[in-house]
Write a protein that binds this ligand. Structure first.
Ligand SMILES: CCCN1C[C@@H](O)[C@H](O)[C@@H](C(=O)O)C1
Length: 600
């Protein structure tokens, strides 16, 4: 678990310099890099953009599909003025694992391709000079790492991944790299929880530092006016006439933490934007500020042409423009934590998000769907290592994202095999160990696949609300049989109703692959008309069951997957194309959702 995951800021005590741009890059198929001294830097590679996945920049299949070790290298200057500061390199994400070297010295390694980590480079730096950072990355998949899959070796000796998941194994320095200079004594973390008292609110806080200097905390409103202050590493900020953060009606305060007893020359300052709001589950309702809400939105992917899985602010800005246009208010970070800048935008736009760890593919049947084997996933020799990494990434996810008002819930798995009795002890361990990680005690949940129903799933006591992924009209009862699909879906909902479902149910996946521009009257599968028919069918069912409190269609946009006879250059269930243009279904939802209140 990382010591600090605070997002970088620049002020009089801290600097944050992004090392984005072109780095040197090369593959290391024979894993010879360390033997050949690559950790000291190299110039015989190719130039590679950062942040970006490396895959789509190549024109040969071996390089695009490359599986194994790869290396990045670049120089960076450290001014003499930085002497006395603590120096870190913060990697927002390296997919799926990395070892960091500075000036030839190994600094640290990290496992997990979607969460940040910081390397303390203070001991390896040359001041007033150029320095060299080298990253040894690896993108192999296994059953003891997240996301789950296999790595096989073809008869020609090339390695190849077999993902147990339906998104392309884009790899590399997918997010920014930061050179940080920090005060020796500094803020490492902070927490906030909220109590609403009529028009007023209390912001309870804790601050973690690495020293004994006194701490002062203040809260300023959107106009910069300080509305509350408090002393000490733990305390409460009393806010009169609090302006609450609401769904699609955001309001952000600025929290300022100062370390040191002289406000004029603080030892450290850390600022962040927070939203005052509460989240509760009450019966089958999801409450924000004690008001029931209904989730309208999407499963998404961080995916776009050229940069692959890299965070691209231009794409993100477009995606939010589309989600606002269509009348959405929420999304799930399927199937992995997204770049922190996504959460910042969601905070500003008043979107709710379900924050998901990459615990995807924990189901051998899914692997079978993608060409894997068919056996119990929760019984293999891989479980011990997998569990260690799983809970480690849950801890870092919650540590990183706990202060975002946009975070509604934590999704701890996507479509695990919950019919298997062996799943129960694993789930108990994960839910026990994650219980107290979030100071705001937000709901914890996971998605249930078609096989995992109220009759078959063994773990329905664990989630705080249910997330269902259902595909009648596509993976079964497709085409003219869709009426049987609707009848079957209603049968299942009747069973949930009859069982006396006592928690909210949110549909987090449903839809149909659709080739943009393909039309037929009457419809056939893959046409835009058919996608609308499927979505109208689901909408009819959602409108008939009051315990259903959300509809998040799969997917916002078309996205890249592995090759296969069920994929046409990727997954085409997007409501928008991969270049973010509307299919007919976009206008269906624009009409359906904009008729409703923004938060219901
Ligand atoms: C069958 C697994 C559920 N769901 C997972 C998601 O990642 C896939 O893209 C989606 C699909 O097949 O379109 C199905």
């Amino acid at each position: 678990m990382e010591t600090s995951l605070l997002y970088p800021v620049t002020n009089d005590q801290r600097t944050d310099q992004k090392l984005d741009g072109l780095w040197q890059f090369k593959f290391d198929e024979m894993k010879q890099g360390v033997k050949d001294g690559w950790e000291t830097g190299f110039h015989d590679g190719v130039s590679m953009p950062v942040p970006a996945s490396f895959n789509d920049f190549f024109t040969d299949k071996e390089s695009r599909e490359y599986t194994g070790d790869f290396w990045y290298s670049r120089k960076f200057f450290v001014p003499s003025a930085a002497k006395g500061k603590a120096l870190f390199l913060r990697f927002d994400a390296v997919t799926h694992r990395a070892t960091i070297f500075v000036n030839g010295k190994e600094i640290r390694s990290h496992e997990g391709g979607f969460l940040p980590f910081a390397a303390d480079i203070s001991s390896a730096i040359h001041y007033g000079a150029e320095n060299t950072v080298v990253v040894k990355g690896n993108n192999e998949l296994s059953r003891e790492a997240l996301p789950a899959g296999d790595t096989i070796t073809l008869r020609n000796g090339k390695k190849m991944v077999r993902p147990f998941f339906d998104f392309y194994n884009y790899s590399g320095l997918n997010r920014s790299v930061h050179l940080l200079t920090l005060p020796q004594e500094r803020v490492l973390d902070y927490t906030t929880t909220f109590e609403l008292n009529g028009q007023d609110a209390t912001v309870n806080y804790t601050v973690t530092t690495n020293g004994d200097a006194p701490v002062t905390v203040s809260l300023a409103d959107a106009d910069g006016q300080v509305v509350a202050t408090a002393q000490g590493k733990e305390g409460a900020l009393q806010v009169k006439n609090a302006h609450l953060w609401q769904v699609r009606n955001a309001y952000l305060y600025t929290l300022t933490i100062q370390v040191g007893d002289d406000a004029q020359t603080p030892v450290d300052t850390y600022t962040d934007r927070i939203g005052i709001r509460t989240i509760k589950i009450s019966g089958t309702n999801i409450l924000v500020n004690d008001k029931p809400i209904y989730l309208k939105g999407f499963g998404r992917h961080e995916d776009s042409p050229f940069a692959g899985r890299a965070f691209d602010l231009n794409v993100e800005k477009k995606d939010f423009a589309l989600m606002k246009w269509i009348g959405a208010n929420s999304f799930r970070t399927s199937h992995y934590p997204y770049d922190e800048q996504v959460y910042k935008i969601a905070d500003e736009e008043g979107f709710l998000l379900t924050d998901e760890v990459p615990a995807v593919g924990f189901k051998m049947a899914a692997a079978a769907f993608l060409g894997g084997l068919n056996q119990s996933f929760f019984k293999g020799p891989w479980l011990k290592k997998l569990h260690e990494r799983h809970i480690d990434q849950i801890r870092d996810l919650i540590k990183r994202d706990k202060n975002h008002p946009s975070v509604l819930a934590w999704s701890l798995f996507n479509e695990p095999d919950t019919i298997d009795e062996n799943a129960v002890p694993y789930f108990k361990q994960i839910f026990d160990e994650s219980k107290d990680l979030d100071p705001q005690s937000r709901p914890r949940t996971f998605t249930l696949s078609e096989d995992d129903t109220i009759e078959t799933s063994k773990v329905l006591d664990f989630p705080d609300f249910y997330m269902l992924n259902r595909y009648p009209g596509w993976y079964h009862f497709g085409g003219y049989q869709i009426s049987d699909g609707e009848a079957g879906l209603r049968d299942e909902m009747d069973k949930w109703q009859k069982a006396g479902v006592t928690k909210p149910v949110v549909f987090t996946e449903f839809g149909a692959d659709t080739e943009a521009g393909l039309h037929k009257l009457p419809s056939v599968m893959w046409t835009e008309e058919y996608q609308v028919e499927v979505l109208k069918m689901f909408s009819r069912v959602f409108d008939d069951y009051d315990f259903i409190k959300g509809e998040q269609v799969w997917n916002l946009a078309d996205f890249q997957t592995v090759e296969g006879n069920m994929r046409v250059n990727g997954n085409k269930k997007g409501i928008f194309t991969r270049d973010r243009q509307p299919k007919e279904a976009a206008f269906f939802y624009h009409d359906r959702w904009n008729k409703l209140p923004l938060d219901y």
